[in-house]
Design a protein around this ligand. Structure first.
Ligand code: DOR
Ligand code: ZN
Length: 352
């Protein structure tokens, strides 16, 4: 059999993305918009995007930058940051405003999550309204208790938060975001749901490509540090299995999270990998290595819109098996960001 040297697929979407705000937008949006038609925009700004009014304003700033950059054909899908005090009435407004869902950050779980949920019970009236209106809950699935080992926080979240939540709200649409463990992959694969499109998970390129050794290879590697943190090889293998299995519950979400180089290379470095530069090339490597390139398109381009009940894209894009050099750093407003794989190559590149 001859090796595949190019693949053409329906244009993908990124179902989990951080683009930040202000001057940074100009530097990160072009990378994403070159590859993806739509992206779910995370609301963990400072202050967080907690209301429809704030989401509309944020969308306006993103759209203004897209226009200024001459970018067409890219749609930001906005989300709201769920807090202990989000009123149930906000859910109806979300539907009307075309906001894609609410993001649950357990308080203190990650970057700008201090305003997050301290106890999920505080959100029950709002979750009830979301279930009724079919508004998805996107969640950062980690508990935050200091006494729980950082590598166990996702698995503990499943048992103590997710499973009870699904019992109380069996029809609530849930996206378990950026899963990192065998437990999460198997939970999502095996969960019983009454309806299709009730439970799904996104998977990042870094969790498919690396295990936790990558954070400590010859010294501390801050650019491979993200949350949830990379896990053991057995977990990476379970994620690859899930992503390449053809199961529609698993789809693409990069979690590309730009931080200034100096905030990563720091005595208390920020969590997040900047993968937007050539995320599709990274994912293509995963599917190729698993000998499942034929399943790449559905993971990248079909299962996400199907879950969110949005139309699939109609345009196509092509990737060539041509190695692309990743720059050591990329401009980020007044500073620089170090992309994942900086100084190395990615085996696939997007056709111009
Ligand atoms: O690594 C991460 N970075 N994980 C998150 O959950 C947040 C993100 C960010 O905003 O930087
Ligand atoms: Zn994220």
């Amino acid at each position: 059999m001859t090796a595949v040297t190019s693949i053409t697929l329906t244009q993908p979407d990124d179902w989990h993305l951080h683009v930040r705000d202000g001057d940074v937008l100009k530097y990160v949006l072009p990378h994403t918009a070159k590859q993806f038609a739509r992206a779910i925009i995370m609301p963990n700004l400072r202050p967080p995007v907690t209301t429809v009014a704030l989401a509309n304003a944020y969308r306006g700033r993103i759209e203004a930058q897209l226009k200024a950059s001459g970018i067409t054909g890219f749609t930001p899908l906005m989300t709201l940051y769920l807090t202990d005090n989000t009123p149930a009435e906000e859910v109806r407004k979300v539907r009307e405003a075309g906001v894609a869902g609410f993001k649950l950050y357990p308080a203190g779980a990650t970057t700008n999550s201090d305003a997050g949920v301290t106890n999920i019970k505080h959100c029950y009236a709002t979750l009830e309204a979301m279930q009724k209106e079919g508004v998805p809950l996107l969640m950062h699935g980690e508990v935050t208790h200091a006494e729980i080992d950082v590598f166990d926080r996702e698995a503990v979240f499943i048992d103590t938060i997710l499973e009870p939540l699904r019992r109380d709200f069996p029809e609530l649409k849930i996206v378990f975001e950026h899963i990192t463990t065998r437990q999460a992959a198997h939970y999502v694969r095996d969960a019983h749901t009454n309806n299709k499109n009730t439970l799904a998970a996104t998977i990042t390129p870094q969790h498919l490509l690396m295990n936790r050794n990558a954070i400590f290879a010859g010294g501390i590697r801050p650019h491979n540090y993200c949350l949830p943190v990379l896990k053991r090889e057995e977990h990476r293998l379970a994620l690859v299995d899930a992503a390449t299995s053809g199961n529609p519950r698993f789809f693409l979400g990069t979690d590309s999270a730009p931080h200034a180089k100096g905030l990563k290379e720091n005595s208390c470095g920020c969590a997040g990998c900047y993968t937007a530069f050539n995320a599709l090339g990274l994912y293509a490597e995963v599917f190729e290595a698993a000998n499942q390139l034929n399943r790449f398109e559905a993971f990248a381009s079909f299962y996400g819109p199907d879950f969110y009940l949005m139309p699939r894209n109609t345009k196509t894009i092509t990737l060539h098996k041509v190695a692309q050099k990743v720059p050591e750093e990329l401009p980020l407003a007044e500073t620089v960001v170090v992309p994942l794989r900086a100084g190395e190559t990615i085996a696939w590149s997007l056709a111009e």
